[in-house]
Design a binder for this molecule. Structure first.
Ligand code: FPP
Length: 238
């Protein structure tokens, strides 16, 4: 995809960027702060980077906020992350001007009722926005998503000979969306951690040692420049 830079120049932008917001805990530890302060800083950065992505013309933006494995964390930390989410969702009217449509992906049935109501409200209020589409992955796991899709396919009794890759794609939480073409993971870890494992088959990756709360628009720009210089062959020859 080509998009206008603020300078007016044209550049190649990924259509769908996905981010693993990792490193909040280490960011806090470095400052002798509780982990909760790291998640608060991570949440603020999430809002800033989301706004920036929308401004420069990214069409789809997916963030990993809470994985199916994150329930293993101390109850206090889980509660804190859920409260950060509550605050964000209560503030959703303030994001109206940004023209971002919002969708939560993951198994939402495990969440508290009030959070589910806030999510439904945020999705409903933002559904007609014409700017960027934001997916927030919550109680999300890539394998869990595929199991969920397979169960739905079985439930719909789709004949075996009709099942192909598109059938799976069409039963994922991200149904109807282009696959992520660029996945960013800051914080010095080099793995996917069960994030969008079906959708990322041909994604490009960008890793860096920067901890998520320190990942600023200038780092995002550096990552985007790297993406723009890559030769994507999708298994063919170009
Ligand atoms: C990973 O860092 C971060 C999380 C598991 C939580 C991410 C949550 C937020 C940024 C806040 C909520 C988001 C929204 C959408 C409002 P880590 O704790 O694993 O860091 P560490 O690896 O340094 O310990």
């Amino acid at each position: 995809m080509f998009a206008k830079k603020e300078t007016g120049a044209t550049r190649i932008l990924p259509t769908h960027v996905a981010v693993i917001m990792d490193g909040n805990g280490r960011w806090a530890k470095k400052r002798h702060l509780p982990r909760t302060a790291g998640h608060a800083a991570g949440s603020k950065n999430f809002k800033d980077i989301t706004r920036y992505a929308n401004k420069i013309g990214i069409k789809y933006f997916t963030v990993y906020a809470f994985s199916t494995e994150n329930w293993k964390r101390p109850a206090e930390e889980v509660k804190n992350i859920m409260n950060i989410l509550r605050d964000y969702l209560k503030d959703v009217d303030n994001f109206k001007d940004e023209n971002i449509s919002m969708q939560f992906i993951g198994d939402l049935t495990k969440l508290d009722d009030d959070i589910r109501e806030l999510i439904a409200n945020a999705e409903e209020k933002s559904k007609n926005a014409t700017g960027m589409h934001l997916n927030i992955a919550l109680n999300y796991g890539g394998r869990d998503e595929i199991v969920h899709a397979v169960k739905k396919i079985a439930e719909e009794k789709i004949p075996i000979e009709e099942i192909d890759e598109q059938t799976i794609t069409d039963h994922l939480y991200t149904k109807g969306q282009p696959d992520p073409d660029f996945i960013i993971r800051p914080s010095g870890e080099y793995r996917l951690s069960n994030f969008l494992i079906w959708q990322s088959a041909y994604a490009e990756y960008w890793f860096s040692d920067i901890l998520w709360p320190d990942f600023k628009p200038k780092h995002f720009e550096k990552a985007l420049s790297s993406f723009a210089g890559r030769n994507r062959r999708f298994g063919g020859i170009k």
